[in-house]
Ligand binder design. Structure first.
Ligand SMILES: NC(=O)c1ccc[n+]([C@@H]2O[C@H](COP(=O)([O-])OP(=O)(O)OC[C@H]3O[C@@H](n4cnc5c(N)ncnc54)[C@H](O)[C@@H]3O)[C@@H](O)[C@H]2O)c1
Length: 294
């Protein structure tokens, strides 16, 4: 860690303090150990929704790259059990913490417990979601209660985690945040995808995810000078034993003609949390099989 004081000579009023891991100043790439750039050894990475379909793959991947993982999820998901399995398998210290992302007291308790256990936070990944969107309601009859729940968990939960844990990282002068919006904050759902199935995607999901995208870009700019990078990963169509008709429809509309797997999303996270992405902030990595390319 190096502390650099940059004074702008053209202005008496502008003086920025950067406190960040400074990349090697060279044009000779042969001096660089590129494998090491991807290492997460001894970094403390917090993953909300860590017991979910994608969250579990995120936890496994970052543990394989050497991180200490904090699995944060609702109590019913039993994050402590999964954390114990990760620790037994990888040897890195991993802990599970019960969390309700929409509750600031719970999020503050999460931060305090991590600092008491590890003394630092290097990575924050917000991979939680409210599942109300799986019960599709036509836009004309969406209940306010469902709208509020989706926005509260998805968007407010991401805001609180960024505010409480991200502010800690900004104060310390380094960190990487990865938020998870959705394809449906980039493009609208193709309604034909759901034909002949029991599925759908309600507007509240798209709206909450659009907010996460905007918030992430805001924070990328806001915290850039503080050494905290804020990026996004947008997964798409991650297979979870979907009904056959949905999988067929999906293949029909996808350039790659198939759904994805959670382990195909997780490598993007290793990249964004590690020094390999040291010049990347405000980016949304689309792991979507080309869905938004045509
Ligand atoms: N699965 C996909 O195809 C897909 C596509 C695009 C985006 N995403 C996004 O990726 C992320 C992960 O998706 P997934 O498929 O793993 O979802 P998932 O439903 O399998 O997992 C979500 C996790 O969030 C947890 N959670 C729910 N409410 C919570 C709360 N109030 N506080 C804390 N944790 C809570 C759940 O217990 C669960 O473990 C979500 O943000 C989702 O919107 C998923």
């Amino acid at each position: 860690m190096l502390r650099i004081l940059l004074a702008n000579p053209s202005s008496l009023f502008l003086e920025n303090t950067f406190d960040m891991d400074t990349p090697q100043r060279t044009t000779n790439a042969s001096e660089i150990d590129f494998r090491r750039k991807f290492e997460l050894k001894d970094k403390v990475v917090v993953i909300s929704g860590g017991c979910g379909l994608i969250g579990r793959a995120f936890c496994e991947a970052v543990a394989q790259f050497g991180a200490h993982v904090v699995v944060a999820d609702i109590a019913a998901a039993q994050p402590a059990i999964f954390a114990k399995e990760l620790q037994a398998k990888h040897g890195n210290k991993c802990i599970g913490i019960d969390l309700a992302v929409e509750d600031k007291v719970s999020v503050t308790k999460l931060r305090d417990e991590i600092i008491a256990s590890f003394g630092s936070i290097d990575g924050l990944v917000t991979a939680h979601q409210n599942k109300t969107h799986l019960i599709f309601e036509p836009f004309e009859s969406v209940s306010e209660a469902n709208w509020d729940k989706v926005v509260e968990v998805n968007l407010k939960g991401t805001f609180l985690l960024c505010q409480v844990l991200g502010s800690y990282m900004a104060e310390k002068g380094s960190g990487s945040i990865v938020n998870i919006p959705s394809t449906y904050s980039v493009v609208a759902p193709n309604q034909n995808l759901y034909k002949g199935t029991n599925m759908g995607c309600p507007a509240a999901y798209s709206a909450s995810k659009g907010g996460i995208d905007a918030l992430s870009q805001y924070l990328a700019s806001y915290w850039a000078a503080k050494g905290v990078r804020v990026n996004m990963i947008t997964p798409h169509g991650v297979w979870n034993k979907h009904e056959d008709q949905f999988e067929k429809n999906f293949a029909n509309f996808s350039p790659m003609q198939r759904m994805s797997y959670n382990h195909e999303v997780a490598p993007a996270l290793v990249y964004l949390l590690s020094d390999a992405s040291s010049y990347m902030t405000g980016n949304n990595m689309l792991v979507d099989g080309g869905w938004t390319a045509w």
